[in-house]
Design a protein around this ligand. Structure first.
Ligand code: HAM
Length: 429
């Protein structure tokens, strides 16, 4: 609208109606899958001290170098809107001594993240992630579990197809050896590299492989796989065996280095052919040093985050699937007070029906019966429930089947169980 002076900020948008519903559906599917895997929820602040992110994600990561929204709190401290969820969860894990109980600590989260990126299809400045973090074990089966869980969320939500790119970034023992070999190679190519890559080379040469401009020119660069130490090799092989056994569409990708610095060993990315340039649906990996780096006790960890905006984008391109039918109330009933005094009783009846999983449009008084009935058929309602003077006196309701036009009168309690029992999902059960 041209007359609007104040518009939605660049890179953000309003999510309305069917798209908002698709977000909620994805959240519900994810919660269900997380419960199958016994994860607990965690909610951390939307902003944190800026150094939490610079220390965790790495000074040379794009996110820290140029994408954080920062602000000063009354001139005292600099904060950043969270660009991702892992750093905050790790801070909370340490600050709340969640490690004290020992064993595995597993959390999931969902919510908005903020990055001042150049907006394009599937890339926003405020975007939503669903993610998980699992603390307390270096076992490759937990890396595999994470990948399995993400795949199950996409399967249940109806995001198909996808492929899963995987790689190992090694550990403190073997990565420095690889880093030296890569640096030697990059130096031999230095004149052909962009200024940004030359700058990255000095600080973090692995990130040069990640460069959109130079990455493709470096096809013959040494690969981490050839440099993995015996332990990292065994870890990666065990991880691959598990995910392949689960028949996941795994592709080994030696060029996958990831944009955030905290990763060790396993890294993965879920890629969709239905997205354009921004093809990553989800990503994650192991970060065995991060808890210690942030001054917590050494604790191995692995996690992921999926981009909700992108999953929804793909989902809405597909045919409506049974998922949408089975997870939305697909039986609508209209409750109609036939005179003003019947409003409260009708309101309560509507409420009871909604608790029973039946969709009920708002109950309105002072509307003509004829108009209400045509609204009911417009909304695809199966039933109309009418409360007139007689019904109000007797504590009953008249139920009208809007298809057959048959009607009968029964008590309120009977009506509630009759309608909820006619829900197709209940009937199937
Ligand atoms: P990430 O790769 O930066 O990883 O982001 C994960 C996912 O978030 C991406 O694959 C993408 O789907 C989505 N995403 C990222 N940026 C945007 C954007 N500007 N607009 C829309 N979607 C976006 C992480 O954030 C790590 N914290 C994942 C992790 C958790 N690793 C270990 N634990």
């Amino acid at each position: 609208m041209d007359f609007l002076i104040v518009k939605v900020p660049k890179g953000t948008r309003d999510i309305i109606g069917p798209e908002a519903q698709a977000f909620s559906d994805l959240e519900r599917v994810a919660r269900y899958v997380f419960s199958l895997f016994h994860f607990l929820e965690i909610r951390t602040p939307l902003f944190e001290a800026v150094e939490l992110f610079s220390r965790s994600l790495g000074e040379t990561s794009d996110v820290v170098e140029k994408e954080m929204f920062t602000f000063t709190d009354r001139g005292e401290r600099t904060y950043a809107l969270r660009p991702e969820g892992t750093a905050g969860v790790v801070r909370s894990f340490i600050e709340n001594s969640l490690f004290a109980k020992g064993g595995l600590n597993r959390f999931f989260y969902m919510g908005p993240m903020f990055r001042a990126e150049r907006p394009q299809a599937g890339r926003f400045r405020q975007f939503w992630q669903i993610g998980s973090e699992c603390f307390g074990s270096p076992e490759p089966s937990l890396d595999a579990d994470t990948v399995l869980m993400v795949a199950q969320i996409f399967d249940a939500y109806g995001v198909h197809p996808f492929s899963i790119h995987v790689n190992s970034l090694g550990c403190d023992q073997c990565r420095p050896v690889y880093r030296d070999a890569l640096l030697k190679y990059l130096k031999s190519r230095e004149s052909g590299l962009s200024e940004e890559s030359r700058r990255r080379m000095a600080k973090n040469p692995l990130r040069v492989l990640d460069s959109k401009v130079d990455g493709p020119k470096l096809a013959d660069a040494p690969a981490m796989k050839a440099y993995l130490c015996a332990d990292c090799q065994a870890h990666h092989a065990a991880f691959l065996k598990l995910v392949k056994k689960a028949r996941l569409p795994i592709e080994e990708n030696p060029r996958l280095v990831r944009g955030l610095d905290y990763y060790t060993r396993t890294v993965f990315e879920f890629v969709s052919p239905d997205l354009g340039a921004q093809s990553a649906l989800a990503a994650g990996g192991r970060y065995d040093n991060l808890v210690e780096l942030l001054e917590g006790p050494a604790t191995p960890a692995v996690g992921f985050a999926l981009g909700m905006d992108r999953a929804v984008l793909v989902r809405l391109k597909k045919e409506p699937a049974p998922f949408f039918l089975t997870n939305q109330p697909n039986l609508t009933a209209m409750v109609i007070p036939l005179f003003k005094e019947a409003l409260e009783e009708s309101f309560l009846l509507a409420q009871e029906l909604r608790k029973g999983g039946i969709a009920v449009p708002p109950v309105m008084a002072n509307k003509k019966l004829k108009n209400q009935l045509s609204l009911a058929s417009e909304m695809g309602a199966a039933w109309a429930l009418l409360i007139g003077e007689d019904e109000l006196q007797r504590g009953s309701v008249t139920i009208k089947n809007l298809k057959t036009r048959e009607q009968s009168t029964m008590s309120l309690a009977q009506a509630i169980s009759f309608i909820t029992a006619s829900h197709p999902l209940k009937a199937d059960a």
